[in-house]
Design a protein around this ligand. Structure first.
Ligand SMILES: [Zn+2]
Length: 232
């Protein structure tokens, strides 16, 4: 249940949704100050700084926890830990060292781990929406674990996670918690060629995530129609 390096081009699909801006929470409690709305523009100075990256990661985690807490109620517990790593083997999941250029939800330890340099590069290249997608996808694996969902094939598990990530972002946008802006869909079209599994990858293979079109459809279904699209 890992997001392989092929996830990087997948992030292009997020560009259909444009930029993600986290809206401040109302003053209804919660620890710490309400997060500030984050203006996002790929071209603006300072929006791809390491500090902005860290803020966006934290915001994505916070909004994901909020979302699934609302959805699952008492059945929800947050994913235990979010771990950034830099080198292969810095973090292991069930004794298996995590490689570079990857992000993973590890059910054995109930944590999400990501190669911070890889994620930061993608963030700079694609934008902050990448981080919301990435966290949304890996968090969805954590939710699958909580719900006891184990599909027969990897691709089913992965496409459902894409759908759940779409639902997370779409629902939070509808709620006004995330502010989405339409963006150039041509970038998506251009990127679609690079998205998803390579042609010839058997769909039933261990590690298959789906073709570009399948992943796009899964994400878009959740984004537009919420969790019902994901079979939840
Ligand atoms: Zn995955």
């Amino acid at each position: 249940m890992r997001a392989r390096a092929a996830l990087v081009p997948l992030m292009v699909l997020i560009l259909t949704a444009g930029c993600v801006v986290e809206e401040p929470l109302d003053d209804d409690g919660g620890p710490g100050p309400a997060p500030t709305a984050t203006e996002v523009s790929a071209d603006a100075d300072g929006t791809d700084s390491p500090e902005e990256f860290t803020r966006d990661i934290e915001a994505a985690q916070e909004v994901a926890e909020e979302y699934w807490g609302q959805r699952l109620g008492a059945g929800f517990s947050p994913v235990r830990q979010l771990i950034a790593y830099e080198q292969e083997g810095d973090v292991a999941c069930a004794q298996e060292p995590l490689p570079r250029n990857n992000a993973v939800y590890c059910s054995a330890g109930d944590f999400i781990a990501y190669d911070v340099n890889w994620a930061y590069a993608a963030f700079r290249q694609i934008g902050d929406a990448f981080l919301f997608y990435l966290l949304g996808h890996e968090y969805a694996h954590g939710i699958q674990a909580r719900l006891g969902i184990r599909k027969q094939f990897t691709i089913e598990q992965e496409l459902q996670a894409d759908c759940m990530a779409g639902a997370f972002i779409g629902d939070k946008a509808r709620e006004g918690r995330l502010r989405m802006q339409d963006d150039d869909t041509r970038e998506l079209a251009d990127g679609l060629e690079a998205v998803g599994d390579q042609p010839g990858q058997p769909w039933f293979a261990e590690g298959s995530h789906g073709t570009a079109e399948q992943r796009m459809d899964a994400f878009a279904g959740g984004y537009q129609n919420s969790l019902e699209s994901c079979g939840l």
